[in-house]
Design a protein around this ligand. Structure first.
Ligand code: NDP
Length: 450
């Protein structure tokens, strides 16, 4: 075993002891520690202050009961969470996820990643994440509203415009944010920017809906340009069909790439002719309004095929954009992508690539950008929404889009600063982890043992 491997093992043993059985959280910490431990060894102050271990412990975790009544009058119960991970550089900020797979481990991994991501955006935002094991699929609007109101009855005690500002994530879109905001306003008797992703009529920002997906493509464009390449004419596999996937596809089309896949948890659609604006409009209506399943795309588009229980990584493509959920790109799919000539993987989702798949991608020197860098455009634009709320102003679409583009460029610059390798290539995982860490670590040292 190398010296680094044994140091990593020893560090992870302390984290595993305190967080047994939290597989996703441990996976996220291991990935970060792998690149940070050598950096910390070269900068012993961070070791003296035990910064990394302190960053692995949430500042606060709130777990609560969410009782609600369904349309048949039955009494139902779910579990709600808010993980307030780190507030060294700003108030806690991070989305809410409603999905049956939500556990404390999943939310701790997301909150941990969020700390680094928010630091990378250059905005003063700490990291947090929350949600519930509630499944919005198949629920009526009234059931969603009652659940959101009950969830906010408790969450409202722990958040605030200067304390913790949640946003959306899987299963929490414009509809849910509206219900959550309405209930917070009623309880607090205040109209404040306590949530982001709000509707445009009540404090939302233009481009916030599009921001994560657009940002992923802006970042991919920067990374390809740094390698002397471009998006033009590239066939792209995109997974998911929710918020991030839809706007990743939209920006890929606008920048001349050819998205050929889209998916949901039932399987993927392959459209070799490419998804264009009108096919994308169909996907948006299907998913955002009718709330249908993605296989319906093949009834609408000739030549498109549906592949049940399979991932989009089986389609022959030049570039891959995982935009659905964690660990959706396993090792065997990484081999398939490489066999088919894929040149780059750009994460839109959080931690969609398994540890084993990442090792394969790294070994084959594919261009790889981690979610904490490439999907940071969403939270960055949430930060812009907070600025507009504080100023009681609304910026134009062009202004917000320009700022988003500039933020993605500066995140790329930060990754380059800390991730440039001897062979001239940029290691985006290393660059993002170190750049995100330094700012938070320095602020923690400055603020003392709190
Ligand atoms: P949505 O709920 O809008 O969409 C999620 C999509 O992923 C759906 O198509 C869903 O399919 C699919 N999906 C969910 N779980 C699985 C699964 N187990 N297997 C296969 N497909 C699955 O969520 P978002 O688009 O907002 O989020 C997607 C990812 O991006 C998440 O990792 C999230 O954390 C991350 N992210 C989101 C940001 C945002 O601004 N929204 C910001 C930064 C990151 P189905 O309908 O069948 O469940």
């Amino acid at each position: 075993m190398t010296e680094h491997a044994s140091r990593l093992q020893a560090f992870m043993a302390t984290i595993e002891k305190r967080n047994p059985h939290e597989a996703e959280f441990l996976q996220a910490v291991r990935e970060v520690a792998d690149t940070l431990l050598p950096f910390i060894d070269q900068h012993p102050t961070y070791k003296d202050y035990n910064i990394l271990e302190r960053m692995c412990e949430p500042e606060r975790v709130v777990i609560f009961r969410v009782p609600w009544v369904d349309d048949q009058g039955r009494y139902c119960v779910n579990r709600g969470y808010r993980v307030q991970m780190n507030s060294a550089i700003g108030p806690y900020k991070g989305g809410l996820r409603f999905h049956p797979t939500v556990t404390l481990s999943v939310l701790k991994f997301l909150a941990f990643e969020q700390v680094f991501k928010n630091s990378l955006t250059t905005l003063p935002l700490g990291g947090g994440k929350g949600g519930s094991d509630f499944d919005p699929k198949g629920k009526s609007d009234h059931e969603i509203m009652r659940f959101c109101q009950s969830f906010m009855n408790e969450l409202s005690r722990h958040i605030g415009a200067f304390t913790d500002i949640p946003a959306g994530d899987i299963g929490v879109g414009a509809r849910e944010i509206g219900y959550l905001f309405g209930q917070y306003k009623k309880i607090s008797n205040e109209f404040t920017g306590v949530l982001t992703g709000k509707g445009l009529d009540y404090g939302g920002s233009l481009i916030r809906t599009e921001a994560t997906g657009y940002g992923v493509v802006y970042f991919a464009n920067e990374a390809l340009t740094a390698r002397g390449d471009s998006l033009e004419g590239k066939k792209c596999a995109v997974s998911g069909s929710g918020n991030v996937a839809q706007y990743t596809i939209e920006k890929l089309i606008q920048l001349g790439a050819i998205p050929v896949t889209v998916s949901d948890s039932a399987g993927f659609v392959h459209d070799p002719a490419g998804i264009d604006e009108s096919k994308l409009a169909f996907i948006k209506e299907l998913k955002n309004i009718k709330r249908g399943r993605i296989d319906e795309y093949t009834h609408h588009v000739k030549g498109a095929t549906f592949h049940p229980d399979t991932t989009p990584w089986n389609a022959p493509v030049d570039l891959a954009f995982p935009c659905a959920t964690q660990n959706e790109l396993p090792e065997k799919d990484a081999h398939t992508l490489i066999k088919n000539g894929c040149k780059g993987v750009f994460e839109g989702a959080n931690m969609p690539t398994t540890e084993e798949a990442y090792q394969v991608i790294r070994h084959h020197k594919l261009l790889f950008t981690p979610g904490k860098a490439s999907n940071a455009g969403g939270v960055a634009t949430s930060g812009l929404e907070m600025s507009q709320n504080a100023q009681r102003m609304s910026w134009t679409r062009d202004e917000v889009d320009y700022r988003l583009k500039m933020i993605m460029k500066s995140i790329h610059g930060n990754c380059e600063k800390f991730g440039r390798q001897e062979d001239g290539m940029i290691d985006y995982v290393k660059g993002a982890n170190i750049a995100g860490f330094v700012k938070v670590a320095d602020a923690m040292i400055a603020q003392g043992h709190v």
